[in-house]
Unconditional design. Structure first.
Length: 436
């Protein structure tokens, strides 16, 4: 469907409400979104095995505003199907400063979506008063993602004085989160792992780590959204790490963790391409720019004394691969391939061996691991696959743009290939991609 036609057909997206209940030992969260006319979504999130103190009768469940915010970041995945020109928030209130923050997140975090769907978002946003006078205000962007309508109210963050000095570590089973976990273990920190929809491969990696404390979150996508995608409604990348950030704050609060430790590297700051004069960054919500803005938002509006930071921010992907090489116990279980890490993967292998992520991880590990170790991990020598030549070129800046994957900078990729070439020369046999 064409962008202008679908916006005209569906003029308003509404975040109607959220609600939650305790079911057994789990916290079940429900959201109610609608697109006028005629489309309704009801996604669900389950946080498993919450601490017993939340199960006691009469306990003060003072986390409603955290769930409200979780709905705000969740709604983006559903709004994008129609890009309705008006977004109305009925489930809660936001200040003008907060609205500007959300505009900024959508504008930057949805950059790849705008680029791939050829949507204009370059016009500056402006604020106008609502003449009706019901205490609402409108934030409008006439070209991009439209108007926000909601009640204006200043939100005060929670201040929890008894949070324990625990480290909540979002864990994906990849090199980065493994490196963070192992470094924190070496420092004798008290750690709780945090995973969303962990497939068996991630669970295996967590088992290898020896960590017993793990928060498991099940996030369900409303099937109606998947049906719309099949029918040709708008689809594309959303800032998933932003969703993880809001979800991790709620989990840190529930599970009594003072510190949230992400594993986002320095490399995430480099964009992939330019569009309408703006840098488009697939990894925007992993960037230091988003990190700084989220830290500020968290302290002002969520939980004042939760410490959110990135453990690997000063390191490049290449440096993280070198770190990871010191932990061989993970070689047989870890994976970073998105095709293999889906909830219902179609692959039997941990690596598809065809995507930019596979090739990038291979070339950053190549200088630091033995050849037989690499082959055992990937089941093949990716440097001998001629069909990966165009991907290799795109990784080093010789393609149309940097692949829309979580890969390193152009400079890192060139450095990695130089290191790979030096190592291959010593072995006496240079594989195909390195000869090129």
């Amino acid at each position: 469907m064409k962008f202008k036609e679908i916006r005209k057909k569906y003029p308003k997206f509404v975040y109607e409400k959220y609600f939650w209940k305790i079911s057994g030992n789990n916290l079940e969260i429900f959201f109610d979104f609608k697109i006028e006319p005629g489309i309704r979504f009801k996604p669900k999130i389950i946080i498993e095995n919450i601490p017993k103190r939340w199960l006691a009768p009469g306990v003060n469940h003072n986390f409603n505003h955290l769930i409200f915010h979780l709905g705000l970041i969740e709604m983006i995945s559903y709004w994008k199907a129609t890009c309705s020109p008006i977004i109305e928030i009925k489930a809660g209130s936001l200040s003008r400063e907060q609205i500007r923050w959300w505009q900024d997140l959508i504008k930057n975090g949805m950059g790849q979506f705008f680029y791939e769907n050829k949507i204009g978002f370059q016009n500056p946003c402006f604020i106008v008063s609502n003449p009706v006078g019901f205490g609402k205000f409108i934030v409008s962007n006439p070209v991009g993602f439209g108007k926000f309508i909601c009640s204006e109210q200043k939100t005060k963050p929670l201040i929890i004085t008894k949070l324990k000095n625990r480290y909540l570590v979002p864990f994906s089973g990849g090199r980065d989160s493994i490196a963070t976990l192992e470094k924190l273990k070496e420092q004798k920190k008290e750690i709780t792992l945090f995973s969303v929809n962990p497939i068996k491969q991630i669970q295996k990696t967590a088992e290898v780590s020896g960590m017993r404390k793990q928060i498991v979150v099940k996030r369900g996508i409303d099937k109606k959204l998947l049906e719309l995608n099949k029918k040709g409604y708008l689809n594309g990348h959303t800032p998933f790490t932003a969703l993880l950030s809001f979800l991790s704050v709620l989990c840190a609060f529930l599970f009594d963790c003072k510190r949230i430790v992400f594993s986002n590297e320095k490399s995430a700051n480099e964009g992939n391409t330019k569009y309408l004069g703006k840098t488009i960054n697939h990894q925007y919500s992993k960037s230091s720019e988003f990190e700084k803005k989220f830290k500020s938002y968290c302290k002002k509006y969520l939980v004042k004394n939760i410490n959110y930071h990135n453990f690997l921010r000063k390191y490049t992907d290449l440096e993280i691969s070198k770190m990871f090489g010191k932990y061989p116990k993970y070689f047989s279980v870890f994976s970073s391939c998105n095709a293999a890490m889906k909830i219902k993967p179609s692959l039997k292998s941990r690596w598809c061996g065809k995507c930019p992520k596979c090739l990038f991880v291979y070339m950053t590990l190549y200088p630091y691991l033995k050849k037989q170790e690499l082959i055992k991990i990937f089941n093949e020598d990716l440097f001998e696959k001629k069909e990966l030549l165009s991907i290799m070129k795109s990784l080093i800046g010789q393609g149309k743009h940097k692949p829309f994957e979580c890969v390193g900078t152009y400079k890192e990729s060139r450095t990695a290939l130089n290191l790979c070439l030096k190592k291959a020369r010593k072995s006496g046999k240079i594989p195909y991609l390195l000869t090129r």
